[in-house]
Design a protein around this ligand. Sequence first.
Ligand code: PEP
Ligand code: MG
Length: 555
Amino acid sequence: MDISGIGVGRNVAVGPVIRMAAPLQEPSKAPRAVGVSADEEMARVQESMKTINADLQRRAEAAENGDKGTQQAAPILQALAQMAADPALLDTIKKGVDDGKTAQRAVFEGFASFEQTLSALGGYMAERAGDLHDVGQRVIADLEGVPAPGLPQSDKPFVLVAEDLSPADTAGLDMEKTLAIVTSQGGPTSHTAILARARGLVAVVSAAGADDLSTGQTVIVNAAEGSVTIDPSDDEIAAANAAKAQADKAKELRGKPGALKDGTLLPLLANVGKPEDADPALEYGAEGVGLFRSEFLFLGNEQPPSVEVQTAAYIKLLSRFPGKKVVIRMLDAGADKPLPFLTPGDEPNPALGLRGLRSLRQHMDVMNAQLDALVAADAQTDADLWVMMPMVTDEHEAEYFVRLGKSKGLKKVGVMAEVPSIAFMADKVAKVADFVSIGTNDLTQYTLAADRTLGSVADYQTAWHPAVLRAIKMIADAGNANGMPVGVCGEAAADPDLAVVLAGIGVNSLSMTPVALDDVRAELAKYTMDEAKDKAAQALDGAFYHPTRWDFEQQ
Ligand code: PEP
Ligand code: MG
């Protein structure tokens, strides 16, 4: 039997399920049963605390002997083990038991009072309060004879099944043992999905049927298909292992330039949100940065950052890519990225209001400061800096920004194509801009008039719609006719199948979240340019777009 959900990534995993145990109920305040002495109850507490201490010690030792990543967990596990043997804590619990409380209640209250003390100390100690709570829950679970809540512990690799994972759970995942994650809740942009994508973990989220999976069942988790097969046959396991071997092969091309089967080059670049993200970009073999979202410098601030602060951040990024292309986007304030000092709070339709270039035009001081910082950073580094403006409507706005950027001393100045009007005017834009980068997230939202932040119209948010692909084609055709590079930097570039279509349409580079690079690189290598063109022709004709919501038969 299969369960379906939303797959994250393309890989496949096979293994036994371990369900994440549900949180424990708070132990009852009712007094202990008559006839159970304090000594007997306290003996139970000591036994459970000893069990948990030994378990944590054992895991700490195993972590110490593990690989580098696992070794980091050893001191934390040691500290937790000590918590479970703390004599002062035992004293407090004993007082509760002497007062007639059950072992569970006395443990619950004893740990809670220590947690409060730690929280009050603030800083590092306060962070440990959560760990202490975790130990307390384990002791209570042991007393009750139920599985410990939170992340399961296992010596063998397993498929983690949960309703959803909290950020703390995901941070604590043992990457050595977790073969895959299956959750019944959460969508493609949930915390779990983002983490799985960032760590390259196989995951299927939003799989409603996952609630029926039980610990010990063998499953195949197929992220490419968004499916979970329960109790698979030997043949199905063999096929899954073959698919996994095939998906693992995607990594083999890492470090090679993006190219089609016939050798046609298609540079694969990384989307980067802050300078530190250069690490994953380089790790996954990005040939440069195709989109640096400069908003991170501005978001959460009351004021725009100074030229000096910005320059330092740009230098930090650029210095990681000597000799390579780095495309930095000018501040895209407004709509889904509002900034208190730039964005009016009373726009009824912010996506159609002052955002990107429109916002910066109203705040020339901010625009000039950013350009000055970019020029200063460029002068001090060896990357090939390209700068682009978001939310540009036509050739007039494009020419305005290109001239402004060049007057400051920038060498490559271009625009993003996010508004359909720029596609209609692409032949003229291609004559004034150094390059165009297509932001398919916004181009889709504006082409289909569907707010990208609104769940009720989320079905429209797909660049597979032939209207979006035709807009992309208009821009690519104009670029190729005028020798102007056209890239794609929206989510569409991260979809391996769509990447092939974009190559066939004539796009010159693709930029995506770094972990998507392996799969896109591998998929492109399977097609010649002629085959990609063929696939593109079908896609432009709507062959891969299925508008099921208007299927009359299903009304
Ligand atoms: C886009 O719109 O496709 C894009 C890359 O920009 P953002 O998602 O940051 O708006
Ligand atoms: Mg955009």
